[in-house]
Write a protein that binds this ligand. Structure first.
Ligand SMILES: Nc1nc2c(ncn2[C@@H]2O[C@H](COP(=O)(O)OP(=O)(O)OP(=O)(O)O)[C@@H](O)[C@H]2O)c(=O)[nH]1
Ligand SMILES: [Mg+2]
Length: 245
């Protein structure tokens, strides 16, 4: 539990394309850790509160610890560009249900470019699905490359969709300079144990001050009218991206 009452919770974002298993993963974390940590959840849906209703129906947490934000726009807007609605939801949740150890924020399902701003979460995981194809991990993007953890999810389905999980994990590790990749299935308890261990590890690092929130991007290719045209390539050294001007 919290070392000091009143300290804000560790905030962990869960992003990834539509249907990759974000809500199920959150339900899995809640089930696995409910006896050890006080957890709250904020879900984001574009037009509904479907994900919050799913989690309440799963009975993984007291209903008042599950809040929803209806974004009404591109999912990444609410987790990256203007995080106000989410930040208010997280802060209200932390206040109403204090003390919480962990708040999970689910992004609306988006494409490969969606990542959380560090203004909203302390760390983030990005979820891919083997059923999306073994090549996806190689295609890269800010979440795949720089999220704190990349999850290759639904590995129980791999034989049915002819995906080589070990190959997909190796591709993902290659795209991440060796940063952690977890092959997960909610139906394979040994993988859930690994997910649980990762959350504990990161929470311990956060509490001891060793964890630095990272902004994974994205920095989309763009041009500036007053710069030297399309041939100029420069690097944003602070976030590691390189792009053309
Ligand atoms: N076989 C299998 N199915 C899974 C697993 N995880 C999730 N699913 C299924 O995948 C579907 C989508 O899961 P969700 O958790 O709703 O996915 P999501 O990413 O939250 O979806 P959106 O919020 O709509 O983007 C559901 O039918 C889940 O039951 C898994 O590990 N194995
Ligand atoms: Mg969901």
């Amino acid at each position: 539990m919290l070392e000091e009452p009143g300290v804000r919770a560790f905030r962990l974002g869960v992003a990834g394309p539509v249907g990759t298993g974000k809500s199920s993963l959150i339900a899995t974390i809640c089930r696995a850790l409910a006896d050890e940590l006080r957890i709250g959840v904020v879900t984001n849906d574009i037009y509904t509160d479907e994900d919050a209703r799913f989690l309440r129906a799963e009975g993984v947490l007291p209903a008042e610890r599950i809040r929803s934000v209806e974004t009404g726009a591109c999912p990444h807007t609410a987790i990256r560009d203007d995080v106000t609605a989410n930040l208010l939801a997280v802060e209200d949740l932390e206040q109403d249900c204090a003390p919480l150890d962990l708040v999970l924020v689910e992004s609306g399902g988006d494409n490969l470019t969606a990542t959380f701003s560090p203004a909203l979460v302390d760390a983030q995981l990005f979820v891919l699905d083997v059923a999306g194809g073994g090549d996806v991990a190689r295609k890269g993007g800010p979440g795949i490359a720089r999220a704190d953890l990349l999850v290759v999810n639904k590995i129980d389905l791999a034989p049915h969709v002819e995906v080589d999980v070990a190959g997909m994990v190796a591709d993902a590790s290659g795209a991440r300079d060796g940063a952690p990749v977890l092959a997960l299935s909610k139906n394979l308890p040994e993988t859930v144990v690994e997910l649980k261990a990762w959350v504990h590890w990161l929470l311990a690092r956060y509490r001891s001050g060793e964890h630095d929130p990272l902004d994974p991007g994205p920095m989309a290719p763009h041009f500036h009218a007053d710069e030297g045209g399309m041939e100029v390539v420069h690097s944003h050294a602070d976030d590691g991206t390189v792009h053309s001007h």
